[in-house]
Ligand binder design. Structure first.
Ligand SMILES: Nc1ncnc2c1ncn2[C@@H]1O[C@H](COP(=O)(O)OP(=O)(O)O)[C@@H](O)[C@H]1O
Ligand SMILES: [Mg+2]
Length: 311
């Protein structure tokens, strides 16, 4: 029943224990009626008791093998995955100035999610994108990250098609906050540091203060060293989101792509985050995707997207 044994080994262990007790009673009975002598009683008891470990390990083997095979299967699945877009390494460096989507048509499985879609992201501006769920807002950000190739049209950064920008160059220029914040089984500090691997502790803390999550982290048993694996799902949606935002602040790139950064925040936290965002965005271009009017209000220009078109 315990986590590493499973139900089968619980049953097996119980049987072994019952058998042990029966053996003790029987051996004592045989000894007391003189059927066996003292060594004849004690040696079988020791032999049986010491077989407990190996037998229980054998009982556990089935469960262990099952989970090992399942883990192996998952690793093989990942190895067999082929990337949607290839890593680009042979282009010259581009410095971020502005970005643009020009007449993009894109669909995941043939059916267009974005149709003849155009939008400009000028230097030092916050561009708001608002629209119903499923209208293609997250898809727009993924195309700006070049996670997928467009079917028609082009994505330009500083007037260069992103197909002609090195992947590492693109990643340096862009801070991307996904709609769902993903965590790795590691400490909170290391989970935030993936946005900038050589960040000092002070930089991590500064990013968390901006994302209004520092005070929360300090209430955890081991602060920044608390293991997220242990917390996992116990972090609230709002806490996960603010940690996601701390990553984006830490990366500190000139082009920020934020996918619903305030959807799980109460209005007090939203106001604090928007104030930080406004301060942080100076000298940066921000694409702010949200379905909340209150969040979009900080944008310099806002577009409404409906069924993959700007409306
Ligand atoms: N990886 C994917 N594979 C197939 N379809 C997808 C994928 N991601 C999104 N979609 C579909 O594309 C449409 C737009 O999704 P999305 O860009 O996430 O919208 P929004 O962010 O505005 O809610 C939806 O119909 C969604 O089901
Ligand atoms: Mg979305």
């Amino acid at each position: 029943m315990n986590s590493d044994g499973g139900y089968e080994s619980y049953i097996a262990n119980s049987f072994i224990l019952i058998f042990d007790v029966l053996m003790l009673v029987m051996a004592y009975h045989l000894y007391s009626i003189g059927e066996v002598d003292f060594p004849g009683m004690i040696i079988p008891i020791f032999a049986l008791m010491s077989s407990y470990g190996p037998v229980s390990a054998l009982a556990n083997l089935g469960t262990t093998l099952q989970s090992t095979a399942a883990s192996g299967g998952r690793i093989l699945d990942i190895i067999e995955e082929s990337p949607e877009t290839e890593e680009i390494t042979d282009k010259s460096a581009v410095v971020f100035a502005n970005a643009e989507c020009k007449n993009i048509t894109f669909g995941y499985n043939g059916e267009a999610v974005l149709s003849d879609f155009s939008m400009k992201f000028p230097e030092n501006k916050i561009v708001g994108v608002i629209g119903k769920s499923g209208s293609g807002k997250s898809t727009l950000l993924k195309l700006l990250m070049r996670f997928w190739k467009t079917d028609k049209g082009e994505v330009l950064i500083s007037d260069t098609n992103i197909e002609n920008i090195n992947t590492s160059n693109l990643r340096e220029m862009e801070s991307y906050m996904t709609q769902e914040t993903q965590f790795f089984k590691d400490t909170i500090a290391n989970n935030i540091r993936i946005a900038k691997l050589d960040a000092t502790d002070d930089e991590v803390i500064a990013a968390c203060r901006k994302a209004s999550v520092h005070d929360f982290i300090m209430t955890l048993p081991k602060g920044y060293e608390t293991n997220v694996g242990e917390l996992g799902e116990t972090l609230s949606g709002g806490e996960r989101q603010r940690i996601g935002l701390a990553r984006a602040f830490l990366h500190n790139a000139p082009f920020m792509l934020l996918d619903e950064p305030t959807s799980n925040l109460d209005s007090l936290n939203e106001a604090v985050i928007l104030k930080s965002l406004k301060e942080e965005s100076s000298g940066k271009t921000v694409v702010l995707v949200s379905h909340r009017e209150s969040t979009i209000r900080i944008a310099d220009k806002a577009y409404s997207v409906e069924h993959g078109r700007v409306s």
